[in-house]
Design a protein around this ligand. Structure first.
Ligand code: NAD
Length: 306
């Protein structure tokens, strides 16, 4: 299955490297020339538990040079999805599939503005990666990946993609309720990212203070209420699940934290901001998510002003 990954940062490079190593034809596309040049010249370096593996993988900044794709995987940050989708049209043939494993809400809608909904597959991933520099990433997490058809049907094509991922060492399951899983992952990001980012703390420190625990509860409970009103099926206790993820990633500085540390734009609009948008549509007050979104937005605006 000829696979093109748009956005070859931490996650795109990880998936691209692992798939290429397993023998698949993979192309990484990124706008970051230095990174693409490094991969083309020296291979992609993947560091895992202190050991580094160099993998040969095709990479380019010129999407039009690749030809048509069987599978397009979006791994840009959510605020770049619209542009990535426009670019991806150059890869489309009649049976091309388009998969997103990005975080947050709204990716499906953005993709379906330009791509026929019948060609779109959704997913979430518990894999984790960090960019170390041009041509170099760290593989930092390896929990399960889930993919599924938006309408919940179990299909050959999702099985085929899951098998391809599994063969590359990316443990993947096909789900008949992928929207529920997208929201479940959203609860984790809603509870951790903006809070840890603003406070300048590692994930684990959220559990160390009664104030951060209260804030975590309020942020996640608001998101859970919005999800319930939208008909999302929620299994078990979402707050406890978020705390379990925090325990497992105690030493991590979350991606939104890293973005703020580097004075970069964040994915707030797809995380707490998305909860706020959905809540407004439903007429539900979500004051904690509103406040934390506004705080991050002001910081982003100040970065943009230099
Ligand atoms: P990243 O910033 O490391 O990589 C994104 C890449 O996209 C960058 O290299 C950027 O140059 C490139 N890009 C931007 N616009 C482009 C375009 N039009 N065409 C081609 N390339 C373009 O981000 P990441 O950490 O890999 O995250 C990607 C997505 O995966 C996000 O939605 C994130 O929330 C999600 N995610 C990340 C992790 C993680 O551990 N990093 C885990 C799960 C999910």
């Amino acid at each position: 299955m000829k696979t093109v990954i748009i956005g070859a940062g931490a996650m795109g490079s990880l998936f691209g490297g692992l798939l290429s190593f397993s023998g698949q034809e993979v192309w990484l596309v990124d706008v970051w020339k230095e990174h693409v040049n490094a991969i083309c010249s020296n291979g992609l370096a993947i560091e895992k538990k202190g050991a580094t593996q160099i993998i040969s993988v095709n990479a380019t900044t010129d999407i039009r040079s690749i030809g048509k794709a069987d599978l397009v995987l979006f791994f840009v940050k959510t605020y770049n999805t619209e542009k990535a989708v426009s670019d991806s049209l150059a890869l489309e043939k009649e049976d091309t599939l388009f998969l997103t494993l990005q975080n947050g809400l709204g990716n499906e809608e953005t993709i379906c503005q330009k791509i026929d909904r019948k060609k779109v597959i959704l997913g979430i991933t518990g894999q984790g990666a960090t960019l170390l520099g041009p041509g170099s990433i760290r593989h930092a997490g390896w929990a399960k990946t889930y993919i599924g058809e938006p309408d919940g049907k179990m299909t050959d094509r999702t099985n085929q993609i899951a098998q391809m991922f599994c063969k590359a060492g990316i443990e993947t399951e096909v789900s008949s309720h992928i929207h529920d899983l997208v929201w479940e992952k959203l609860f984790v990001n809603v509870g951790i990212n903006a809070l840890a980012a603003l406070l300048g703390i590692k994930n684990g420190q959220i559990l160390d203070f009664p104030e951060t625990l209260r804030l975590l509860d309020s942020l996640v409970n608001e998101a859970v209420e919005v999800a319930r009103r939208k008909g999302i099926q929620i299994e078990g206790n979402p707050i406890e699940r978020v705390k379990t993820v925090i325990e497992a990633t105690r030493e991590n500085r979350c991606s939104m934290g890293q973005d703020l540390d580097r004075k970069r734009k964040t994915e707030i609009d797809a995380i707490n901001g998305a909860v706020l948008r959905e809540a407004e549509r439903l007429g539900i007050p979500v004051p904690y998510n509103r406040m934390i979104t506004d705080l991050i937005k002001v910081i982003e605006k100040r970065f943009a002003q230099g």
